[in-house]
Design a protein around this ligand. Structure first.
Ligand SMILES: *Cc1c(COP(=O)(O)O)cnc(C)c1O
Length: 241
């Protein structure tokens, strides 16, 4: 299925959204004294139809993020996946790992040692190396997934020893914030944790990815060093569940 399929939707608003978001990302990078190419845009596609996703890919989106295994697999046959990479960004149950081990290039939402163990097991079985991010519960919220800050270093060191798995960095979803300054403090905290992991993981994992910032707060995230921003509604419009 492509944008040229029989029903002609007017998808030009996606062009405008893509142009606006990519230029805001570039501006934020420049403001932070960074090269715009250092920040990758991930299009977050939960609830979004393959027609719209393919249009976004035709505009230049290279990185697609889905929250749920089932949803990702149901869309897969309809997506133009040739030039893109897909990541899982939502809470992942261990028993679903084998279903996506050959499909995604990164699992961003690793929130426990036991999940990492299963990823390692499946990666070895499928003779591959899976890149992962550790998701940190940066606001220490009870209702949120992600590793508790206090367990991060210990868990990272344990996971770094596992075969078939490479820790690339951290991912976070901060609490809902009133303004950019408040959000920025959570991103700063995440960046400091990330810097702090580099020494204990030296020689085992080369950290290079900080996945933080969504539609409402990707600018402060970029100012604090985000290398992937995960944008859904600002690209595709408000989600209808
Ligand atoms: C939905 C989601 C996003 C994108 O959220 P928007 O506010 O729509 O940009 C990013 N990251 C994760 C983990 C998500 O679940």
């Amino acid at each position: 299925m492509t944008q040229n399929s029989s029903i002609d939707f007017d998808l030009s608003y996606l062009d405008e959204n893509y142009k606006r978001v990519t230029s805001e990302i570039s501006e934020a990078a420049i403001k932070a004294g960074r090269a715009p190419e250092e920040v990758s845009l991930m299009a977050v596609t939960k609830t979004v139809s393959p027609v719209m996703i393919n249009h976004m890919i035709s505009l230049g989106a290279k990185l697609i993020g889905e929250n749920k295994v089932q949803e990702l697999l149901s869309k897969l046959d309809f997506l133009d996946t040739k030039d893109i990479k897909m990541h899982i960004i939502g809470h992942l149950q261990s028993n679903k790992v084998r279903k996506i081990i050959d499909t995604v290039s990164m699992i961003q939402s690793v929130d426990s040692v036991s999940l990492a163990e299963e990823i390692s097991r499946q990666a070895v079985k499928h003779e591959k190396e899976m890149d992962i991010l550790l998701e940190v519960n940066i606001g220490d919220e009870e209702a949120k997934t992600g590793m508790p800050i206090g367990l991060l270093k210990e868990s990272a060191c344990e996971i770094a020893e596992m075969p078939g798995i490479k820790i690339k960095g951290l991912m976070c979803v901060p609490p809902i914030c009133e303004n950019d300054d408040e959000a920025r403090r959570y991103f700063e905290k995440t960046r400091l944790l990330y810097e702090d992991l580099k020494v204990p993981l030296k020689g085992k994992s080369e950290l290079s990815v900080l996945s933080m910032g969504m539609s409402s707060d990707f600018v402060p995230a970029i100012l604090e060093g985000a290398t992937i921003v995960r944008v859904g509604s600002s690209l595709f419009g408000a989600r209808r569940y």
